[in-house]
Design a protein around this ligand. Structure first.
Ligand code: ZN
Length: 133
């Protein structure tokens, strides 16, 4: 396979993945719409871990390709619902702001939107580096 045909094949794979996510992410958002924010954050974290460890099957295929794709779509949907600026991937953007023009749009900040956003506090460390419980 020449470099040009490899580049074209890669672009086609990327386009198919993005187009398929355009269908799957809104469906997953509808499914997750009533989930509490903490559950959405947990779903997004779990999906990031799974996609991070198996992301190569999305490019090259394999035993867990479908389940990894589903985790990617579900994770993006959870992030789109819980993150104030939504989720953007492969040039596509999903969020819960009706009529959103994209990731650069003026998204509601925590406390302004119809969905509440949970802020996860960072651990407090003392001057000697001890982490408070
Ligand atoms: Zn948006």
């Amino acid at each position: 396979m020449s470099r040009e045909s490899e580049r074209v094949a890669s672009e086609v794979q990327r386009s198919v993945l993005a187009d398929t996510l355009d269908l799957a992410v809104p469906l997953a958002m509808a499914e997750l719409w009533d989930c509490p924010d903490k559950a959405l954050a947990a779903i997004a974290r779990e999906a990031a871990s799974i996609v991070g460890s198996r992301g190569d099957v999305l490019l090259f295929g394999g035993q867990h390709c479908a389940s990894t794709f589903n985790q990617l779509a579900r994770g993006l949907a959870a992030m789109a619902l819980v993150a104030p600026g939504g989720a953007t991937y492969l040039g596509r953007h999903w969020c819960c702001m009706p009529g959103c023009s994209g990731s650069a749009a003026d998204h509601p900040q925590p406390g302004e939107g119809s969905r509440t956003v949970t802020d996860f506090p960072l651990p407090v460390t003392s001057a000697d580096g001890e982490v408070a419980a």
